[in-house]
Design a binder for this molecule. Structure first.
Ligand code: ADP
Length: 255
């Protein structure tokens, strides 16, 4: 696969005295699907939140499309990124959380239209057409005028995905998107992600405990343990023939 869309270069992150990420080196290629697995507390969510600029690294550099996330060039010198710089880079990144964070007083169509209309100041009619198309893509074309409270958890999560897709991200981040769902609703959400993965040129990073799913859609699986990437490789090598004792031990909990 061609060139990286995201690069983590020796990323360290501490919260107070505790170092949660201890030197992450990671290139995510354009269109690549990366699954991030590992025990609870190993730093998976932090890796994703750093890319969303919800957290700032303690040291190290993150680049998106070759642009330094937290620094920008001004008069030939590097200075701390301003809000405009961050906003531009964030435009390339979409995120779906464990909880859907939909606005309850808006229909699902309006939820999807909100950010592009306000942030990108795009034409409302075009945005409406695109939102309808995205909701159809996630299988909710017949529900566009309903409110979030009228939907199941799985449907809400699919709205959250349509909403993220509205911004045409180059990278989509999925943070345990099925873990808050009732088991019978997990399948429909994974199905939508699978379709996106198969059809899209979008890179994806998925934090997941669904190992069969990771095996099916990921190009590469990373095993994070205590803040470092301990093993990485082709899904079959990592999930079917794990090498380290710790990875074998971790995977044995899912069988
Ligand atoms: P994972 O997603 O693998 O479960 P996280 O990235 O959520 O791990 O968390 C890694 C560690 O960092 C945990 O010990 C967690 O308590 C800690 N942590 C995460 N965010 C914060 C925060 N904002 N303040 C303090 N500690 C945090």
């Amino acid at each position: 696969m061609g060139e990286p869309i995201v690069q983590y270069k020796d990323i360290h992150k501490s919260f107070g005295e505790v170092e949660v990420l201890k030197g992450i080196h990671l290139d995510i290629m354009k269109g690549e699907k990366v699954a991030l697995i590992g025990p609870s507390g190993s730093g998976k969510t932090t890796i994703i939140r750093l890319l969303m600029t919800l957290e700032q690294p303690t040291s190290g550099i993150i680049e998106v499309g070759g642009r330094n996330l937290w620094q920008m060039k001004k008069n030939d010198r590097y200075v701390e990124a301003d809000e405009k710089h961050l906003r531009e880079i964030r435009g390339d990144i979409g995120m779906v959380f464990q909880h859907f964070n939909l606005f309850p007083h808006m229909t699902i169509l309006e939820n999807c239209m909100l950010a592009p209309t306000i942030v990108k100041k795009r034409n409302k009619k075009e945005v409406r057409e695109m939102a309808t198309e995205m909701l159809e893509k996630v299988g909710l074309g017949d529900k566009i005028d309903l409110y979030p409270s009228q939907l199941s958890g799985g449907q809400k999560q699919r709205v959250a995905m349509a909403r993220a897709l509205m911004m045409k991200p180059k990278v989509m981040l999925f943070d345990e998107v099925t873990s808050a769902l009732d088991p019978e609703l997990v399948g429909e959400v994974l199905e939508v992600i699978r379709d996106l993965a198969k059809s899209g040129e979008m890179a994806m990073v998925l934090v997941t405990h669904e190992m069969d799913f990771a095996l099916d859609i990921a190009d590469r699986v990373l095993f994070l343990n205590e803040g470092i990437i301990e093993e990485e490789g082709h899904p079959t090598d990592i999930l079917v023939n794990p090498q380290s004792d710790r990875l074998q031990d971790f995977l044995s909990r899912f069988t």
